[in-house]
Write a protein that binds this ligand. Structure first.
Ligand SMILES: C[C@H](O)[C@H](O)[C@H]1CNc2nc(N)[nH]c(=O)c2N1
Ligand SMILES: N[C@@H](Cc1ccccc1)C(=O)O
Ligand SMILES: [Fe+2]
Length: 296
């Protein structure tokens, strides 16, 4: 049996080509634009003082709160002038190799659709609010912008070693759920935290989750869940620190040394960890999402 898990290929809609790009960004109804505005307002009650400076500055520089779902053309012009990135519309999750190819060319593929009121608090598939509100402001930071491009380039190497799941764990614990030290305290830069209502408070102030300094070798061996709050958050010193630990390091040896599966549970604290906060794990031990446990 080959290593890894078989996943059926994503079905490509007829209107998109091999690049998976939509011919044009959708236009949104008044109600859909109102959903953007409500989501935006709700996040802004939580994020000042919790999100990192790069994110808050990026939001302002791109003026994402001007009302309604932002126009990708306008966003791309403004972002292009800052760091050379653009935002391109895609229908849904796209295949890994296509995702990597866009990132390697400084194009951020953003979901075209917006969540409905039924799925206001939680969606499994990334929508335009997660992708544009959560990810795009961070791309105004030059070091972070370079990291994302290098991550795209790194994808193909991981595929050759059959270690995409490990690289996926790194993405998960940095780009989606990462924390960064600022003024002696962790702040949020992970898009998965930034685009949802409850996780910023849980990640930063919760007693339950572990907060551990990022160690790439360890994180790439760590399992992750995609459908609940995280039991562990990994913290970087700065975006330069992230860059040193990843881009400026050759992963060939690391990939050869990694096993096929993950070694560490997502709740584990291990000997090598530089622990900022050792979590009680109460939320997850009580059963997590769906169990009625409060995220504390
Ligand atoms: C491992 C890989 O980086 C990841 O799963 C990719 C796959 N395809 C994607 N496609 C879209 N549209 N957005 C994403 O964040 C991703 N993530
Ligand atoms: N330096 C890594 C590339 C990389 C960049 C950014 C993130 C992850 C990996 C390699 O040699 O493969
Ligand atoms: Fe994301």
């Amino acid at each position: 049996m080959p290593e890894g898990v078989y996943t059926a290929p994503l079905k490509r809609p007829e209107r998109v080509g091999e690049d998976w790009l939509e011919p044009a960004q959708r236009s949104y109804t008044a109600d859909e634009n109102a959903i953007w505005d409500e989501l935006f307002a709700r996040q802004m009650e939580v994020l000042p003082g919790r999100a990192c400076n790069a994110f808050l500055q990026g939001l302002e520089r791109l003026d994402l709160g001007r009302g309604g779902v932002p126009d990708f053309g306008r966003l791309s012009d403004e972002l292009g002038a800052l760091t050379g990135w653009s935002v391109v519309p895609v229908p849904m999750l796209i295949p890994d190799h296509v995702f990597f190819w866009h990132l390697a060319n400084r194009r951020f593929p953003a979901g075209n659709f917006i969540r409905t009121r039924e799925t206001f608090d939680y969606i499994q598939e990334p929508d335009v609010f997660h992708d544009v509100f959560g990810h795009v402001p961070m791309l105004t930071d030059p070091t972070y912008a370079d990291y994302m491009q290098e991550y795209g380039r790194a994808g193909w190497k991981a595929m050759r070693y059959n270690r995409l799941k490990s690289l996926g764990a790194l993405y998960w614990y940095t780009v989606e759920f990462g924390l960064v030290m600022e003024g002696g305290e962790p702040k949020v830069y992970g898009a998965g935290i930034l685009s949802g209502p409850a996780e910023a408070v849980f990640a930063l102030e919760g007693q339950s989750p572990n907060r551990i300094m990022l160690n790439v070798d360890r994180v790439m061996r760590t399992d992750y869940v995609i459908d609940d709050l995280q039991p562990t958050y990994f913290v970087i010193e700065s975006f330069e620190d992230l860059y040193h630990q990843t881009v400026e390091r050759d992963f060939d040896r690391l990939y050869r040394g990694l096993g096929a599966g993950f070694t560490y549970a997502n709740m584990a604290v291990i000997d090598v960890d530089d622990v900022l906060h050792r979590g009680t794990l109460e939320y997850h031990l009580r059963g997590g999402r769906g169990s009625g446990a409060t995220p504390v």
